[in-house]
Design a protein around this ligand. Structure first.
Ligand code: F6P
Length: 319
């Protein structure tokens, strides 16, 4: 291969810029041109391409967001959209692609390979950490640290006023963020989509804390009772306890990446270039138990990654 492309897609994640930098640098060392696709799959369909070089990727390793921009692209879901995308790739001399994103991104990448034979390698870029085949995704470490800082601050208020707080964190269908920050911030209860939230049990926990004391409950946004708002409402309706709701939202996606995210993003970027040039396709490059691993893209969405059992155990014994 003489020319490969890279794009970031889906929700942005801190560390994507470190990843872009690594792909460009390793590509250059291997004698390959690296083209950045601007705006994810939308940019691929529209032909928004830009040749990357050392200067373009300098001074970005510490920046949040993605210099390549991103999108959630409806058009790529259609066969016609993907035909337009492949025509753009081919007419720009692209021989292989690196796709950094989550499972939606990988569905699209898999289709590009199976329908059009375009070699494509995925890298896990999402704050949710919900991809099977890697212990951690790019952006997760930064997101949990950002969330933990915010929760620590809210706890000061909860403590001072003796209030009950429901704090909602991101993680569309997965409770990784909620579990980790809940434990790290000493939450009295952690509600995640993977388990049924029992309002009566939650009430007992709140009461056991003493109503005059601060109580912080961390809620994963995908919790089946409707996130933090839903649980707050349920507790008020059944037990008459008022509460405050704080939804941390997109603050968790931004900011300068942690050292862990920068290193993971760099390592997976370097490995992705070598995998693509070595003839790999339709795989995601991840890191498992400290080693770089490859799994079929399909496995990342057909196999559900469980929240580690030790986190669940800690969440019940440390309260
Ligand atoms: O996938 C990352 C994520 O931040 C999820 O945690 C969240 O559910 C979703 O993206 C929000 O997406 P958007 O910013 O497009 O609303």
């Amino acid at each position: 291969m003489k020319r490969i492309a890279l794009f970031t897609s889906g929700g942005d994640a801190p560390g994507m810029n470190a990843h872009i930098r690594a792909v460009e640098r390793v590509g250059e060392k291997r004698g390959v041109e690296v083209v950045g696709i601007i705006g994810g799959y939308s940019g691929m369909i529209a032909g928004h391409f830009e040749l990357l070089d050392r200067i373009r990727t300098a001074n970005i390793i510490d920046r949040g967001g993605t210099i390549l921009k991103t999108s959630r692209c409806e058009d790529f879901l259609s066969v016609e959209g993907r035909v337009r995308a492949i025509e753009q790739l081919r007419s720009n001399g692209i021989e292989g692609v690196i796709a950094c994103g989550g499972d939606g991104t990988f569905h699209g990448a898999h289709a590009l390979w199976t329908e059009h034979g375009m070699p494509i390698v995925g890298t896990p870029g999402t704050i949710d950490n919900d991809l099977s085949g890697t212990d951690f995704t790019i952006g997760y470490d930064t997101a949990i640290n950002t969330a933990a800082q915010a929760i620590d601050k809210i706890r000061d208020t909860a403590d001072s006023h003796g209030r009950l707080f429901f704090i909602e964190v991101m993680g569309r269908h997965a409770g990784f963020i909620a579990m980790d920050v809940g434990i790290a911030c000493g939450a009295e209860y952690i509600a995640v989509p993977e388990t049924i939230t029992d309002i009566d049990e939650l009430y007992r926990r709140i009461v056991s804390q003493g109503r005059e004391r601060r109580t912080v409950v961390i809620v994963g946004e995908g919790d089946e009772l409707g996130g933090a708002m839903g649980i707050s409402k349920a507790i008020e309706e059944r037990y008459g306890i008022p509460s405050k709701v704080s939804i941390l939202g997109h603050i968790q996606r931004g900011g300068s990446p942690t050292v862990r995210d920068r290193v993971l993003a760099s390592r997976l970027g370097a490995a992705a270039v070598d995998a693509l040039l070595g003839g790999q396709t339709d795989v995601m490059i991840g890191e498992v138990a400290g080693s770089v691993r490859m799994v079929p893209l399909e496995d990342t969405w057909t196999t559900r990654k469980p929240v580690p059992g030790y986190l669940k155990e800690l969440s019940t014994i440390l309260i």
